[in-house]
Design a protein around this ligand. Structure first.
Ligand code: SAM
Length: 280
């Protein structure tokens, strides 16, 4: 089943957390001269037109990026991320919002490489057209869960794997943990980030427990809920599970998570979690 289209959700609170963490991971990787590899298992279309009918349907970007564009008090990591969005919107109006491949592309150097998987028959060609240069970006219409086996370990020996499945099919919760185990077995020193939605507490906790049960070390959890988890149907929040995070991420998140909780809160029950699932 491939009914999920990310454009309906582009720029929402969950994208902000995901892309902010991706941005910080890339900043860390580019501190060293050595090239790095990026694998995006579920890449989407790369760039989202916010004036499109789909994005306009629920205007989800109003729960996220719209609230941050004009703020002058952003924590530094968030300021850097919002600058990426501003560069893509040189007229000053918020017209487009970057997907994960575009966020990473901002940091990519000539020597780095990315491998982007997108299975949707309509979304794949849009993404492929955005990244025509195969030397830097390889865009494939493949199952991203399988790419974890096929593409790891990368020749660069350093890198970042983002797993961002739609979770419309419940099996994605199992597949993402299995893919993490398989990927980590092949590329233990790599940074892995799994995004997940908080639709209800139990489902999210089941995933976190399954990740803990893998016993993979050095796994940090960042979760942001913009309202009480059980108050309304839909996505109250989302999280990023990061294996081998940059050593600075915990400290940075201790500042940007409370900021985002307050800036994006929909009710007084907005909250965040920042903790180690497993220590180093
Ligand atoms: N990572 C993107 C971003 O942050 O901009 C958003 C990705 S969206 C949440 C999930 C994407 O995965 C959808 O575009 C969907 O078509 C695609 N997809 C679903 N199952 C897939 C699979 N098994 N392999 C690759 N892509 C898949």
């Amino acid at each position: 089943m491939l009914s999920y289209r990310h454009i309906y959700h582009a720029g929402n609170h969950a994208d902000i957390l995901k892309h902010l963490v991706a941005s910080q991971i890339c900043r860390h990787l580019t501190k060293k001269d050595a090239p790095f590899f990026y694998l995006d298992t579920h890449a989407g279309i790369g760039l989202y037109e916010l004036a499109s009918d789909q994005a306009q349907l629920n205007q989800e970007y109003d729960t996220g990026i719209s609230r941050l564009m004009e703020r002058s008090d952003l924590p530094e990591p968030l300021e850097r991320f919002v600058e990426i969005v501003k560069e893509l919107n040189p007229e000053g109006e918020l017209e487009v919002y970057p997907g994960s491949p575009m966020v990473v592309d901002h940091y990519l150097r000539q020597k780095d490489k990315m491998h982007l998987c997108e299975l949707h028959p309509n979304d794949y060609p849009v993404l492929a057209a955005l990244f025509p240069k195969k030397r830097v970006a390889n865009v494939v219409k493949d199952d991203g869960f399988l790419a974890v086996k096929a593409m790891l370990p990368p020749p660069q020996k350093r890198g970042f794997v983002l797993m961002d499945p739609p979770y419309e099919v419940k099996n994605d919760y199992k597949k993402v943990v299995k893919a993490l185990e398989e990927g980590h077995k092949r590329f233990a020193q790599g940074t892995f980030a799994i995004w997940y939605p908080v639709l209800n507490r139990r489902q999210a906790d089941d995933l976190l427990n399954a990740v803990a049960a893998t016993k993979i070390r050095n796994t940090l959890l960042l979760e942001l809920n913009i309202r009480g988890t059980e108050t309304k149907r839909g996505m109250a929040g989302s999280g990023m599970i990061v294996v081998n995070p940059p050593w600075t991420l915990e400290k940075e998140a201790a500042e940007f998570l409370p900021f985002l909780r307050d800036a994006l809160a929909e009710d007084q029950d907005a909250h965040f979690q920042l903790r180690w699932i497993t220590p180093e």
